[in-house]
Write a protein that binds this ligand. Structure first.
Ligand code: PLP
Length: 398
């Protein structure tokens, strides 16, 4: 059981006629070239899907062996596969964080320790308990938009520990700095999503990059044919150099939009938290929930930080062309009293969108531990019958 609704996501905030600033998908529809490829693949739907070409494309894109790739029905499926396949004794989720990793762990019967980052949301490796044998971190993190240095993440590697880095938004950061996706680090599992950048949340496309031992475990619990033919086509198409170049342009545009938004928010006296590097920002307001509702009345659906669902007033309005400038100039932005104080914002295609996940801060777990980057030995989190020598090899950077 959790103390709040772990399944509350931005799609619950959107409504008819509202400018969607709550769901963190960048494009309102997939690009024309991708739609054309998907349309062409419709003729293949009679056959059961085969994601091997998609896995090969991902392997080439990240310079990994194909055995280190598992294509999934979005990043979300990867959380469930990990929670189902692994047997952690001490699972840690670093918060603030997308809530699905914790939800998946709990649904699989695992207890979860939260490490809550405070203040600037900088991750300090010593805040993760040494005994943790499974650690989930987002990079950049939803909802803080903070990008953790790769060196910090590598400092979390421990013998007997699996480190899961959710890079669902890293393709929205120009150059994909701090990514571990192309590094075959023992004990490190990277999750990627294609749904945000390419406007295909409804298609479900993502993948896992990890040691073949882990990939084998996950594959064993993945439902048959869970990656559809169209999703597999999308993975191949979005892994091509031309698509990567396009994603890079989108990411660069989001940087400019974010700078405009942050400057505008600060000019309004609104606190922008952390050092946002993703396509969304987290802000703190004295009475954010009422501001959220007023934005809703003004035609903007934004993501709340609240730990529990609330009734939304009926507010549909005719949408005008949405953009981040309109939000900043929204006439009904004056805050009113409310006990909840954080909402987050997301930039989408020169528009503002929002994203954020509720969490209840509790005591940060601080344990002084060495920040070794030694390779893990065999991991107790992996059932013994599944371990291989690979997990105890020296970290290799590709
Ligand atoms: C940080 C993060 N990871 C993963 C996901 C899920 O991605 P997908 O649509 O690929 O399942 C989301 C969705 O919002 C997210 O915010």
């Amino acid at each position: 059981m959790s103390d709040f609704d772990l399944h509350h996501h931005g799609d619950r905030e959107v409504g008819d006629g509202l400018v969607d600033l709550a769901v963190n998908v960048r494009l309102p529809i997939p690009p024309a070239w991708l739609r054309a490829e998907l349309a062409a693949a419709l003729d293949d739907l009679a056959a059961y899907p085969d994601s091997s070409a998609a896995a090969a494309a991902v392997a080439v894109r990240h310079g990994r062996d194909v055995g280190e790739v598992l294509v999934t029905a979005g990043a979300a499926e990867a959380f469930t596969l990990l929670a189902t396949a692994l047997k952690p004794r001490f699972a840690v989720v670093v918060h603030p964080q997308f809530t699905e990793p914790e939800a998946a762990l709990r649904a699989a019967g695992h207890s979860v320790r939260r490490v809550i980052l405070a203040g600037d949301f900088v991750l300090r490796p010593e805040s993760v308990p040494e005994e943790a044998d499974l650690v989930f971190v987002g990079n950049p993190t939803n909802p803080t938009s903070v990008l953790h240095p790769a060196a910090t993440l590598r400092a979390l590697i421990r013998p007997g520990r699996l480190l899961v880095v959710d890079e669902a938004f890293l393709d929205a950061v120009p150059g994909e700095p701090e990514s571990l996706a192309s590094q075959a680090l023992p004990g490190v599992i990277v999750i990627r999503s294609l749904t945000k950048t390419w406007g295909i949340a409804g298609l479900r496309a993502g993948y896992v990059l990890a040691d073949p031992t882990v990939i084998t475990l996950l594959r064993a619990v993945q439902p048959p044919w869970s990656v559809s033919t169209l999703a597999a086509v999308a993975v191949v198409a979005c892994s091509r150099p031309a698509a990567l170049a396009e994603a890079e342009l989108l990411a660069s545009a989001a940087v400019a939009d974010r700078a405009y938004l942050v400057a505008g928010l600060r000019a309004l006296g609104i606190e922008v938290l952390g050092d946002p590097r993703g396509p969304f920002v987290l802000i703190r307001l004295p009475e954010a929930d009422k501001v959220r509702l007023r934005l809703r009345e003004s035609g903007f659906a934004v993501r709340r930080h609240l730990p529990r669902p609330r009734h939304h007033p009926p507010t549909p309005r005719r949408p005008r062309p949405p953009n981040h400038r309109r939000l900043l100039h929204c006439p009904r932005r004056r805050p009113a009293r409310c006990r909840h104080n954080v909402i987050s914002q997301f930039l989408r295609d020169r528009h503002l969108s929002t994203d954020g996940e509720g969490y209840e801060p509790s005591a940060t777990n601080a344990a002084a531990v060495p920040t070794s980057t030694q390779a893990p030995s065999t991991s107790p989190v992996i059932p013994p019958s599944r371990r291989t020598q690979r997990a105890s090899s020296t970290p290799v950077t590709r």
